[in-house]
Design a protein around this ligand. Sequence first.
Ligand code: F6R
Length: 607
Amino acid sequence: MCGIFGGVLKTGEISPLIYDGLKRLEYRGYDSVGFATIQDGALQVKKDAGRIDDVVQRLKMDSMPGSMGIGHTRWATHGAPEMVNAHPHTDCDGNLAVIHNGVIENFMELKEELLNKGHNFKSRTDTEIIAHLIEEELKGDIALDEAVLKSLRRLEGSYAIAVVSNSDPGKILCARNESPLVIGVSEKGTYCASDVPAMLPYTNKVVYLRNGEFATLDQDGYEIKLVSDGTVVERGLEEVTWSLEMAEKQGYPHFMLKEINEQPTSLRGSLRLQPQYLDLLTTLLDRGRDIFLIAAGTSYHACIAASYMFSRLARITAFPAISSEFIEQYGSSVGVDSVILCVSQSGETYDTLKAIDHARMRAGTVLGVTNSVGSTLTRVARAYIIQQSGPEIGVAATKTFTSQLMVLAQLALRLARMRGKVSQDEGDDFREKLLQVPDVVEETLSRHRDYVKSLVEKYSGERLFVFLGRGISSSTALEARLKLLELSYVPSLAYPAGESKHGPISIIEEGVPVIFVCPRGETRKDIVGSIMEMKARGAVIISVCEEGDREIIGLSDDVIEMPKGIHEILSPIPYVVPLQLFSYYLAVRKGLDPDKPRNLAKSVTVP
Ligand code: F6R
C-alpha cells in the first residue's frame, strides 16, 4: 500500500502541497518518497529511501519548481526500499514519470518484452514497466492519453497510477483498478490522491474513481473515461463532510475497525502473490525432512492453522512452535534437513529472529512470510513471501492475520499438488473456494456488523469468556480469545474443544458465556458433544456456525450464522471476522482505545 498525491494548480507551486498531502498519507507507506514536477515543459524528479520529512528536507523537494506534479510515499512490495526503487519511475529518456500503488501481476512478462525491445530498466519494481510501456506506445505517434490507455489495457493486477509527461505538461493522467484513487477540485486547481485526507485542506469536493476508470486532470477540472474502450463517464463531485482526523481513518473511529473492514481488499491482495515466489517456497518446503512453523502471538495462531492445512491437504507434518520456545523445544533437532517457515507481520519480532539465528547456525533452511519488505526477516530468510496486506496501524493484528492464512493456504495447496496428494479436480475445487473467501468476508462484514454490536450490549458485563473449537477451528478460537483479552482485558480461556473436559471445564458455572467456533466439516459432529457438556454445566452458548445448521442453532443461546459452502480448512479466515468485531466493540463499549491496548507494542523487538 502506497500513498499518491498530485495536483495541477492555476498559479503557485505544487511541491509544498505534495509534501503536505504525502504527510497525511504517511500511514499508507513510509519507506521511500519521491516527487515529479514540470516547469516550462521540463520534467524534474527527486526521490530517495527514508522517512518523508528527512528525504524532503535533505533533497529540498518542497521547493521544486512547477505548478503541477505528482508525489508518492512508498511501502515496498517489489524491490527493497532503496533510491532506485522509489517512485516516480521514468522512461528511458526521462520524458515521463509514473507513480503507482498496487501490484502488477504480469510485470515479468511485460518486462521481458520491453527488455527485448531495448528498454533500459533502473529498478526492480513492477511499476517501472508502466513508464516503458507508455514510452513504447508513444513511438506510434499517438497522444499521451491514448498511449496511457493502451498501456493500461495490458496490465493485469491492481493499480492506482498517476502519470505526468513533458509531452503534455498541463495534465496528470490517472487510473484505478482495485487500488483507491480520488480526484478533488477547488477554485485553485485539480488534485488526485489515494485517500481524501491528503486533499482535505484544499477541497472537500471530490469524485471517487471506480475500477477500470481513467481520468485526465488539468487546472480546470477532470474528465473520466473507461479504460476498456475510452467511453466518457459523466460523474459529478460529492461533498465530503469528514473532519481531517476522521478522513485519515476513512470515516472509521479507529484504525482497527478500518482494518477489519479492509479485509476483503487485503485478502484479494494476498491472492495476487508472485507465482515464482510461491513455487520457490513450495519447492524448499517439499525438500524438508522436518518442517517447523515459527511465530509469536497472532502469527503463531496462523501457524497452528497452517499445521492443519499442511497435514489435511499435503499430508505433511509441520510443527507449529512459539518462537520464544523454539530453541528449547526443537532447537537441538534442527539440522540441514530442517525447514523453518517463520511467519511475522513485522519481520522484526525479537523472539522470531532469535529462533532464525539458531536455525541458520544449525544449517536449517529459513523461509519467511511477512508483511514488511526490507524487514530483517526478508534479509535473513533464504526465500520469503510478502503477504500484501498493506500497512496495519492498529496494534492488534486483524487483516494481517487473515492474509497470513491466505498465503499459508496457497502454499499448502501448491505442496499438495506438487506431492500429488490432491487430484486435479480436488485442487481446482479448493482453489475456487480460496478465490471466494474475500467475497465471503465482505458478506460477513455487512451482515453481522450490527448484530455483533447487539451481542456486545448483551454480554458487556461478563467477567469471563471461554472460546472453544475443534480441528483447525481451535486456531480461530485461540485468535478470537487473544483479541478479546488484549483489547478489553477480560479474562478468558481458549482450548481445542476436546481438551476442555481435561481441566478447563471446572471453570464453567451457571451463566459463563462459551463461544463455539463450529463450521461444517470433519469436526462438526464432535463439537456437538462439547456443546452439550458445557450446556449441562449451565454455560451460555454463543455459536459461530454455518447458516441453517439447525442442530447447532437449536443448542445455542445466540448464533452468528456464516455463509454456506466455506471449506473447513479455509474457515478460520471468515469465522474470525465477527469475533474480531466482537472484541473491537467490547473494547469501545468499555471506553478503551482498541488501537492502543495497554502494555502492548505493534512490533516487539526486545527479548
Ligand atoms: C496480537 C498481535 C501480536 C503479534 C506478535 C507477533 O494482536 O499483534 O500478538 O502477532 O507480536 O508479531 P509479528 O507478526 O510482527 O512477528
